[in-house]
Design a protein around this ligand. Sequence first.
Ligand code: S3P
Length: 186
Amino acid sequence: MSSDLNRAGMQADNMQHNSIRQNIFLIGFMGSGKSTVSGYLSRHYGMEMVEMDRVISEREGMSISKIFEVYGEEYFRNLETNLLLELQTKGNIVISCGGGTPMREKNVVEMKKNGCIVLLAASPETIYERVKDSHDRPLLENHMNVPYIAELMEKRREKYEAAADLVIETDGKDVSAICEELMAAV
Ligand code: S3P
């Protein structure tokens, strides 16, 4: 425990010397670990964190599933784009994007203006294990199985990979290892 904390502390010190830092945008499929990783970076590296789905849900006063149900997906996608535009004024924050955020070209252009885009990659089997009990992912609600996840992931792969400045494979790694790898590379 102490060596982990020491390492994190050293990284936090290093970051203070490197004060003008780009934002980090975490992208990846639902359940790829974006929220977990942003929470860890916030706690151990002192970065402010923004979880896009949470901000959108709080502002709209309803869950993501409810937003999809009441207003439709396009409305939700516009909220995502508007939030990214708002975030242009910020620096040195870690942003946990929704799984669909990089599918819109305009979103990727905005993210690249002041940030480094990090793709968290995981296999369909790993994703399934992480999301199978969740009911706030409308795109998976009636398709909670590995083949469907694999198919949707394949459809998104090209755009995810094109958007990413850095790809981190997360299968079999714990969050501290993922974050160390990430912070060493950005
Ligand atoms: C979505 C992913 C979700 C959420 C919405 C749509 C997607 O976020 O934004 O349900 O299109 O992949 P998470 O990736 O945090 O689950």
